[in-house]
Design a protein around this ligand. Structure first.
Ligand code: SFD
Ligand code: AMP
Length: 645
C-alpha cells in the first residue's frame, strides 16, 4: 500500500473550501471563536488567493439589495428569486441571505474592492440587484480578509489554513459529522481533520456533462474546472438530505470562451438576434404563456429566456448574436450632436466592454483579439452552455439546510427549522454557497454572507456540543487504503501495457470522465441531446452509472495530481446520480431552458409545486427520493403583483 504519513489535525470548527462562502465563514467564525476560546481550521484544495469560481475575478457583484437606499426590501428579493426559479425556493434561506448581503458588500469595499461609483458617489448598478466592480483582484481582496481574521493576533491566532489539501469525504461519529479526510496534492501525506462542527463550502460541479469545448479547450468551461462536486459528494456520503438536485444551471454565454452576458443585456441594453435578424425575446413572447404564471413575471425567468433562444436554434435559425455594435452605438448616439463627446463616449464604452471580460473571463477577450472582433463594429455569437451544478447562481442544487428561527412562521418552523441555521440534516454538518440548496441567486456576495451566517451558527453548535467526536481507528485505516488505492492499482498494473493510458486492468481518470460525460450528455439532457430527456433515457443513464461506479474501483493514478483527478471524478459521479434520480422523480417540465422532459412536457403546478429532495442512506447503500412542501414566510403576491417585479 502507498506509504503516506498520516497527519491528524484536531479543531473545533472545520471549514472546507476556500472560496467565497468559506472566506465569509472564516471572517465570522474568527470573531465568535475568539470570544469562546475555540479553534477554526480552513482547508482548500488550492491556494485561497485564487481558488474557486472567483479565481479570475468578476466584473459585477450580482446580489446587492440596497436596503439603506430604501428602494428594495428583503421581500422584493425573495419574490425575484422565487419567480426566477419557477416558484421553487426556500424563502427563509433567501431572506436570511438578503438581509445580510449588503453588509458583506460594504465589507468588500472597506477591504479595498473598487465598486463603480457615479458622479454623486452612488454605486453604479448593472441591473436592479447587480453592482459593477473593477473585480480582477476580487478574490485576493476577500481572501486577504479571511487570512487576516484567522491568522492575525501576534502569536495568538484563532485559526489555521491548510492549502493544497484535497478533501475526499466525511468522517462520522454515528449520526454526527466528525470532520473530514483528504490528502496533500504536493506531498505524500494523508490528512485526518477531527472537528466538533464542519462547514462544507467546496463549490458546485462542472464536467459532469460533456462540454461544448473539446481537447485542450475543455479547461475553458464557464464554471471553473476545479470545482468538481466535492460538496455534493461530502454531504451525500454523510447521509444529508439534498434538495433541488434536478435544478442544474445552463448559462447563455458568449460562444466558445463563455464571456458573461449580464452586462450586455442589463447595462448596455443589448438585443440578441438570430441569423434572420429576428429577436426571439420578442417573436416568441407568446410561448411564455405556456409556462404561466411564471412566464408572466418580470424579469422573465432565466430558464425561459434560455428556452426562447433554444427554440430558435432548434428551428435552424442560429447563430444567435449579441448585438454589441448596435448597443454601443445606441448609447453613444445620445452624444451625437457633439463629435468630441461622442468619440469620448465610444472609447469609454469600448473599454468597459473589454474590461467586462478582462475582469472575469480573460479568454473571451483573447478570443475577441484572436478573431479580430471589435465589439463596437461586429456582433458576437452567444450560446447555451452545458449544464452545471451551482446552487448559488440561477441553479438551486445543494444540501437541505435549516433556516434561521426568527424568520419562520408557525407552519414553516415544522418543516424548515431544526436548531441551527444553515445546518444540514446531519448534526454538526453546515453548508453554504453552492453547497446549500434552494436558495438561488446568492452569487459571490450572497455566498460570502451565507458563509458568515452558517459559521456563526456552527460556532454556536460547537459551544452547545463541546465534545470531540470519537473516531474508529480501523475505519480510518480502511478509508486511507480506499483513498490511496488508485496509486496502488497503477503500481500493480502499469507494466501490462506500453502506453500507460490504455490498460486492461485499470481506467485512468480522464477516460473515466469521458465516459461519465458521454452518458450524461446523451441520456440526461446534455447539449447534444438539446437538453431533452425522458423516463427511458434516464433509466438507461442510471444503468450506465451503476456500471461506471463499479469501474471506479479500478481507477488508477500515476501521481498525486492524478489521484486528485480520480477522486474529483468519483465526486462528479455522485453528483450525476443525485441529478438523474431527481430528474426521474419530478414528472413534469418546470425549467424548460435548463432541461426538458419530453414525456412530461408541461409544468404541473398541482402535483409538483414541491421540492424534490433526495438522500443516500450510507448504512443500507439505498437512495430515497421524496417531496417537501413549498411554504411561504411572506404573504404571497397576487398574480397581477408578479408583474413588473
Ligand atoms: O455574472 C475544495 N458568479 C458571479 N457572482 C457574482 O456575484 N458576480 C458575477 O459577475 C458572477 N459571475 C460568475 C460567477 C461564477 C462563475 C463560475 C463565473 C462568473 C464564470 C457566481 C459566484 O462566483 C459564486 O456564486 C460563488 O463563488 C460561490 O461561492 P462558493 O464558496 O460556494 O464556491 P467557490 O467560490 O467556487 O469556492 C469553492 C472552494 O472550494 C474549494 N474546493 N477544497 C478542498 N477539497 C476539495 N475537494 C475541494 N473542491 C473544491 C475550491 O478550491 C474553492 O476554494 S457571472 O458571469 O455569473
Ligand atoms: P450573467 O452575466 O448572465 O450571469 O448575469 C448577471 C446577472 O444579471 C444575473 O443576476 C442574471 O440573473 C442577470 N441577468 C442576465 N441577463 C438578464 C436578462 N436578460 N434579464 C434580466 N436579468 C438578467
Amino acid at each position: 500500500m502507498a506509504n503516506f504519513e498520516t497527519i491528524v489535525v484536531e479543531t473545533d470548527l472545520l471549514i472546507l473550501g476556500g472560496g467565497m462562502a468559506a472566506c465569509g465563514a472564516a471572517v465570522e467564525a474568527a470573531h465568535w471563536a475568539r470570544q469562546n476560546g475555540l479553534k477554526v481550521t480552513l482547508v482548500d484544495k488550492a491556494a485561497v488567493d485564487r481558488s474557486g469560481a472567483v479565481a479570475m475575478g468578476l466584473s459585477a457583484i450580482n446580489q446587492y439589495v440596497g436596503l439603506r437606499d430604501g428602494k428594495n426590501t428583503v421581500k422584493d428579493y425573495v419574490d425575484y428569486v422565487r419567480n426566477d426559479l419557477m416558484g421553487v425556493t426556500r424563502e427563509d434561506l433567501v431572506a436570511n441571505i438578503a438581509r445580510h448581503v449588503d453588509s458583506t458588500v460594504h465589507l468588500f469595499e472597506k477591504w479595498g474592492l473598487p465598486i463603480w461609483k457615479d458622479e454623486n458617489g452612488n454605486y453604479v448598478h448593472e441591473g436592479r440587484w447587480q453592482l459593477m466592480i473593477n473585480g480582477e483582484s476580487y478574490k485576493v481582496v476577500v481572501a486577504e480578509a479571511a487570512k487576516n481574521a484567522l491568522l492575525a493576533g501576534n502569536g495568538k491566532a484563532v485559526g489555521e489554513i491548510y492549502e493544497r489539501i484535497f478533501i475526499v469525504g466525511p468522517l462520522m461519529d454515528g449520526e454526527r459529522c466528525a470532520g473530514a479526510v483528504g490528502f496533500s496534492v504536493r506531498e505524500e501525506k494523508f490528512y485526518v481533520f477531527k472537528a466538533k462542527a464542519t462547514l462544507v463550502a467546496m463549490g458546485g460541479a462542472v464536467h459532469v456533462f460533456k462540454p461544448r469545448s473539446s481537447g485542450e479547450g475543455m479547461g475553458r468551461a464557464w464554471y471553473p474546472p476545479w470545482n468538481s462536486g466535492s460538496s455534493a459528494y461530502f454531504t451525500l456520503k454523510a447521509g444529508a438530505e439534498m434538495t433541488c438536485q434536478e435544478v442544474r444551471f445552463i448559462p447563455v454565454r458568449f460562444k466558445d470562451a463563455y464571456g458573461p452576458v449580464g452586462a450586455w443585456f442589463l447595462l448596455f441594453k443589448s438585443r440578441a438576434t438570430n441569423a434572420m435578424g429576428g429577436e426571439y425575446m420578442v417573436e416568441r413572447r407568446a410561448e411564455l404563456e405556456n409556462w404561466a404564471p411564471y412566464g408572466r413575471v418580470k424579469p422573465i425567468p432565466a430558464n425561459l429566456r434560455n428556452y426562447l433562444g433554444m427554440l430558435d436554434v432548434m428551428e435552424g435559425k442560429g447563430p444567435i448574436y449579441m448585438r454589441t455594435e448596435e448597443a454601443i452605438k445606441k448609447i453613444a448616439t445620445t452624444y451625437k450632436d457633439d463629435d468630441k463627446a461622442y468619440k469620448k463616449k465610444m472609447k469609454e464604452l469600448e473599454s468597459e466592454a473589454w474590461e467586462d471580460f478582462l475582469d472575469m473571463t480573460i479568454s473571451q477577450a483573447i478570443l475577441w483579439a484572436g478573431t479580430n472582433v471589435q465589439p463596437e463594429e461586429r456582433s458576437s455569437e452567444i450560446a447555451a452552455a452545458e449544464p452545471y451544478f451551482i446552487g448559488s447562481h440561477s441553479g438551486a442544487s445543494g444540501a437541505w439546510v435549516s433556516g434561521p428561527e426568527d424568520l419562520q412562521t408557525d407552519e414553516t418552523k415544522k418543516e424548515y427549522f431544526w436548531g441551527y441555521a444553515h445546518m444540514s440534516t446531519v448534526p454538526g454538518l453546515f453548508c453554504a454557497g453552492d453547497a446549500s440548496g434552494a436558495s438561488s441567486h446568492k452569487f459571490s456576495s450572497g455566498s460570502h454572507a451565507e458563509g458568515r451566517a452558517a459559521a456563526k451558527a456552527a460556532v454556536k453548535f460547537v459551544v452547545d456540543n463541546n465534545t470531540m467526536p470519537n473516531l474508529d481507528a480501523a475505519a480510518l485505516e480502511a478509508l486511507k487504503e480506499q483513498i490511496l488505492r488508485p496509486l496502488d492499482v497503477y503500481e500493480q498494473f502499469k507494466g501490462a501495457t506500453t502506453d500507460p493510458e490504455v490498460n486492461p486492468n485499470y481506467i485512468k481518470p480522464r477516460m473515466y470522465m469521458y465516459r461519465l460525460q458521454k452518458l450524461m450528455d446523451e441520456y440526461a439532457a446534455g447539449i447534444t441531446a438539446q437538453f431533452t430527456t425522458n423516463e427511458s433515457l434516464l433509466n438507461k443513464a442510471l444503468e450506465l452509472l451503476a456500471f461506471l461506479k463499479e469501474d471506479a474501483e479500478k481507477l488508477a493514478a500515476s501521481n498525486l495530481h492524478e489521484l486528485m483527478r480520480c477522486w474529483e471524478n468519483v465526486h462528479r459521479t455522485w453528483q450525476a446520480e443525485a441529478h438523474v434520480r431527481t430528474l426521474l422523480f419530478r414528472e413534469e417540465t418546470r425549467w424548460p431552458g435548463y432541461y426538458y422532459r419530453a414525456d412530461k412536457p408541461k409544468i404541473d403546478d398541482e402535483q409538483w409545486h414541491v421540492f424534490a429532495n433526495c438522500k443516500y442512506h450510507p448504512n443500507t447503500d439505498q437512495w430515497e427520493v421524496l417531496t417537501r412542501p413549498i411554504l411561504h414566510i411572506f404573504p404571497q403576491p397576487k398574480e397581477h403583483e408578479l408583474l413588473g417585479g
